[in-house]
Design a protein around this ligand. Sequence first.
Ligand SMILES: Nc1ncnc2c1ncn2[C@@H]1O[C@H](COP(=O)(O)OP(=O)(O)OP(=O)(O)O)[C@@H](O)[C@H]1O
Length: 912
Amino acid sequence: MQDLIPFLISGLAIGAVYGLIGSGLVVTYKTSGIFNFGHGALATVAAYCFYWLHVDLGLGWQVSAAVTVLVAGPLMGLLMELIARRLAPQRVPMKIVGTAGLILLVQGLGTIKYGPDAISVDGFLPKSEDSFAVGSVNVQYKFLFTAVIALVAVAALWALFRYTRIGLAMRAVVDDPDLLAVKGVGPVRVRRAAWLIGSTFAALSGVLLLPLVGLEPIALTFLVVTAFGAAAIGAFTSVPLTFLGGLALGVATDVSKNYVLDVSWLAGLPASLPFVILVVALLVMPRRKLMAASLIERRPPLQWHAPWRARAVAAVVVVGALATVPAFAGTKLTFYIVALTQVVMFMSLGLLVRTSGQVSLCHAAFGAIGAVAFSQFAVDHGLPWLVALLLGALVVVPVGALVALPALRLSGVFLALATLGFGIMVERLFYPLDWMFTPVSTGRVMPRPSFAQSDDAYYFFVLAIVVVCGAAVVAAERARIGRMLRGMAEAPTAVSTAGLSISVTKLIVFCVSAFMAGVSGILYGSALHSAGTTDSHYSSFYSIILLVTLALAPFANPWYAVFIGMVAIIPGYLPGEDTTYWLNAAFGFFAVQVAMAGGTPAAPARLRAAMERLGRRGRHAPDTGGQAPDEDDTAPNASLDRSAVPEAGEGFRIRGLTVRFGGVTAVDGIDLHAPIGRITGLIGPNGAGKTTLFNAGTGLLKPDRGDVSMAGRAITRASAAARGRAGVGRTFQIMNLCDSLTVADNVALGHESGLAGSRPWSQLAATRAQRRETRTAADDAMRLCGIAHLAHRQAGELSTGERRLVELARCLAGRFDVLLLDEPSSGLDQVETARFANVLERVVLDRGIGVLIVEHDMSLVMRICSYIYVLDFGKLLHEGVPESVRSSTAVRAAYLGTEELHTTGDVQEAEA
Ligand SMILES: Nc1ncnc2c1ncn2[C@@H]1O[C@H](COP(=O)(O)OP(=O)(O)OP(=O)(O)O)[C@@H](O)[C@H]1O
């Protein structure tokens, strides 16, 4: 025990700094909704600032520290508040890129000014030998000093929270971000105060950590990243728990050093422990803690796709141009080879991030594992080169599957944190081991294939692999898996309620992406003949560079990968030590700009026009798939007698359903039946519990009590996807469409998601019969809804009314027996509403399905529903045929007081 005390003391000191950093992170995250991945960059700026004042200008350390913490820290806070304000409405990946870009910017500029080597800085904190004795234990003053300063800062935060108005407001917002919207709190002031505090704490931590690691931007940044684990222990919410978490991390890290001293294979454990804890905390944390702050996100800019013909021509031109490179590149050819290997890496990451909406900050680790496995197969076991390439990349597949596990329950910021933690953990725990990158000085031998030993031959070989990967990525995009990935990225709830098991889709894309990253890591290593820890392409920092630069790449799949990968040739033409750092700084700067703007600018209009012309040449005008609908089909279905529609089947039923949100009982013991062959209405004032009932019925929410069945089969425990496959389809109050897909593809998703289901092979590709079946179902549904003429338009271009009809068509295209429609007529004009009513009545009769509809348009409900349930405050207020609802005094009282329940206008007025 006596041996442990020095580790305990140093651990408490560094832990207090982690707690300080974590507290700043939590305060800014909860008030602004932005998790600052660049927090370490702020600490690094402070460290540079301190160094400049103290060493370059020769000011005393006290003055330098005071200016850094009290002037530079708050200034950074003001700047961060401005950046955060513009990042706030952007999508989560943009928020991640916007803050991670700061890391590249600071690393680039700092290294240009002070060089890449760590500059050791001591002399301002008490020296190691300055200590005092407590009993038989010597305590170094520098640890005491560090811990006391961090403690004082956090105590000041506590006092601010407790005794000042702004502090009280901030505390309230940290507990519940929605309170920012409450009048009188002053959201801008609260956010600004939070950023001032967070950045000042970051500046203080930069000054305190400087003597520990020296002036080295990457080391400093990653030391600060350690504190992300502290924030995870505090569930990204609690400042006191975060501080305690920081202390625990510091102690665990330092104390574990004592235990692993003699165990060589555990040498990396202390440094990786905080990241193990970060990943584990994210895996075990209750889901509700992982809900992002409720901010409205801007829709991404619509991606333009050049016509296929134009894309094919462009592919031939680009590949042709790349094939001429060995003729002129000379000694620069290695840069081109490296660039091509990175094209594969960007395709791999793009598949995950741009196509599937996932995030990865551990792709460099995939590359490293692939390279090491390949070297072992090719060199240690003497396998043929191509076999070793294949096996090496296959080794990365289970690692990708492992990373997919967090992705099953995490998304956005938390998935980014988990993958970052995973990458750093692998780097620190495994890279130093014997079977990884040894010998450390030279790294692993990475041979080239016997048929491509020369640079020229190897270049062509890598180019061939790029072409194969590009073709595979484009083919995947056109196949079922491509639509499923887009669906998962842009309309995850819709495709999962339509029958797609998203967990399987995530697993597939992580495995494929990991395989490609492994191939890239191998090709890169073989290009340079070795792979080692000294190569930055296998480091966690490179994973950040990859994600940030990917966001900057214009163009669609796979051109963005070619564009951004080829940037690797720049250092070949702009030689000089600093070129890479200038590039990093520029990438970081532009990443922040692009993220604040919400994405890369659209392709120039002239280029688009030229490509469209090229695409059309020699072809007839595209088939629009039909004419705009006739207004005639808006007249009521005269031939239909609603009361005569037979009840043909059990359909959808819920019994005793109860859903609570904390103290609010949103649905209270409801029984409801939506049989086949009937349109059943579910109405009630705002907040009555209708959407909650739908969510619980379709498996998006776990009810506290009650049963759900479909066609007599219990589905209470079934997943949302399984319920979809059991025949329950639904639409959403807040529309859930894939904006980047065409209307036809969106509608086809309703059918295809169920066919894709939960089997990996079914998700990858469709049989010919299934393709035909899907096309017929989608065409029928589009025709029914009067949107066939929109089939080739991108969903993101449509009006709200048209989008509603696409949602309905998607639901109609599915193999569902009962459709749950949540406010389907909102956004439709009168003509569209009339057509919509006819469509519903017709499909119920023709197809023998059932409909359960939530609607606020009472005239529509009264016209098409045969039976109506009325909810109020989660309870069933009334059920019966429309006439009984109309004459019910209880219903009238709930809706309108004593007014009569007749028209839309009345109801909406009453609810306003
Ligand atoms: N995720 C949630 N967390 C906490 N409370 C919730 C949540 N979702 C819904 N509620 C609450 O449950 C109650 C029912 O909400 P719900 O959205 O189901 O009503 P609704 O009848 O669909 O209303 P609307 O017609 O406005 O869509 C409301 O009091 C709402 O505030």
